[in-house]
Design a protein around this ligand. Structure first.
Ligand SMILES: C[S@@+](CC[C@H](N)C(=O)[O-])C[C@H]1O[C@@H](n2cnc3c(N)ncnc32)[C@H](O)[C@@H]1O
Length: 271
């Protein structure tokens, strides 16, 4: 289940499609964090753990044609998709570097370093932030985003939504990853010598919105090998092929809102 970089989620086609879908759900919160952090026209931005490129594209929209974005990711598959998507968007100011964050050597100076859902997968987020914050000019910006996963589920909570969020959080915990890293981002930035502002953004999807059930079921699908292997639930208990429709049915029947995990943004200016 883990790749050579130790990355839990892998990069098969379903997972890359899940990343794109998740990014669409997270787009408004992401744009808000990047704006509040001070990403502006003309800036040169470095995006850590670009994946399929969604944060790089959000940043590119904010920096405009006078700025540029460089994305780094350890997955060739994800970067191939990111490059195709950049071309489709006719973005000529977004480029990608294939490398691991721990070993990549970047000498350039940036106006901003950003990253979403990447620190979670690094064994020492403080060290990663320290390394890349050193590339930001004085007055520039560091802005990162991570989930507070335990906040996800139904409102009010339903049996199945609760089981889904529990399976997901437990799969991360049993893989040695903190599902509430978002809530700790302030301490992570402070550990890297920065003085952060931290804000959680909570999405609310209406009962008829298919995005919530899809996000929940796809995430469980990606994590299913860990869920089974670590004894969190059996394949029969999960019933992956009908999970999305069961979640949708339950939230429609009970008229509940679906809460994706809270996206927590933390940002700081470089002194
Ligand atoms: C959950 S995805 C997030 C992608 C993107 N930032 C987003 O929010 O849509 C995490 C990405 O981090 C990358 N990644 C994980 N560990 C990495 C490392 N040590 N160096 C570079 N990339 C890494 C993975 O390949 C994956 O594409």
């Amino acid at each position: 289940m883990t790749t050579s970089t130790g990355y839990l989620l892998g990069h098969d086609e379903k997972e890359l499609a899940r990343l794109e879908h998740q990014a669409a759900v997270l787009a408004p919160a992401t744009r808000t964090v990047l704006r509040l952090a001070g990403i502006e026209p003309g800036m040169r931005v470095l995006d850590l753990g670009s994946g399929a490129g969604d944060v790089a594209f959000e940043a590119a929209a904010l920096v405009g044609p006078g700025g540029s974005v460089v994305g780094v990711d350890a997955s060739v598959k994800a970067l191939r998709l990111a490059a195709v998507r950049a071309e489709r968007r006719e973005l000529t100011n977004v480029t990608f570097i294939h490398d691991d964050l721990h070993t990549v050597r970047i000498e350039d100076e940036f106006d901003a370093v950003v990253g979403r859902l990447i620190l979670l997968y690094t064994p020492d987020p403080v060290e990663i932030l320290r390394k890349f914050a050193a590339l930001v000019r004085p007055g520039g910006v560091v802005a990162v985003m991570e989930y507070e996963m335990t906040a996800g589920g139904g409102l009010p909570q339903t049996d199945l939504c609760l089981r889904v969020i529990t399976w997901i959080c437990e799969a991360f915990r049993r893989s040695g990853l903190d599902p509430s890293l978002g809530a700790r981002l302030g301490a992570v930035l402070r550990g890297a010598g920065l003085t952060p502002t931290v804000l959680g953004l909570q999405g609310y999807l209406e009962p008829g919105d298919a995005a919530g059930p899809r996000l929940g079921a796809e995430t469980v699908r990606t994590l299913l090998p860990v869920i089974e292997k670590t004894g969190i639930a059996t394949a029969d208990e999960v019933g992956i092929d009908t999970l999305e429709s069961r979640i949708a049915g339950e939230i429609a029947r009970e008229g509940v809102m679906f809460k994706p995990p809270t996206l927590v943004g933390a940002w700081a200016r470089i002194a």
